[in-house]
Design a protein around this ligand. Structure first.
Ligand code: AMP
Length: 132
């Protein structure tokens, strides 16, 4: 059965997309630690990120870098933190989180409750920066 993230890539489940190319897809985490919290995934369905081919994981990191730089311009922060957990969804993904402090990377923190309009606005801000 396809993962929830493959179903997002296929358009069967909605997402707040921020970027896409042939191999990768980036969209807002629905339970964000901070405004701009984004997930980067390979379109190819692989559970564990370190099972990706060398070329694929390298390309995924370059794609994530572009997204992270756009997030930082859209949501000024000290740095964009990167984390890989993968304990919940068995489809490799990189979390990108704008950080004002180390505490912003604590996945046990309460998540932001945002409206669909807020998610759309956040995704548009990041998309606009990627397009620059
Ligand atoms: P983990 O596998 O532990 O890295 O956590 C999975 C992440 O995916 C969590 O931060 C969830 O909020 C996020 N997530 C799960 N389902 C969706 C979805 N449909 N759209 C966006 N983010 C999601």
């Amino acid at each position: 059965m396809a993962t929830i993230f493959s179903r997002i890539v296929a358009g069967e489940i909605p997402s707040y997309k921020v970027a896409e190319d042939e191999q990768f897809y980036a969209f807002l985490d629905i339970n964000p630690l901070a405004k701009g919290h984004t997930l980067v995934i390979p379109k190819r369905e692989v559970d564990y990120i370190f099972d990706l081919d060398d070329e694929e994981i390298a390309a995924m990191q370059v794609f994530a870098k572009k997204v992270a730089c756009a997030i930082k311009r859209a949501f000024p922060c000290i740095k964009v933190g990167q984390a890989v957990l993968g304990l919940e969804v068995p489809h490799a993904h990189i979390h990108l989180v704008p950080m004002q402090s180390e505490r912003d990377m604590l996945f046990t923190n309460p998540k932001l409750q945002l409206t669909p309009e807020e998610f759309t606005e956040i995704a548009n801000k990041i998309k606009n920066e990627i397009a620059k």
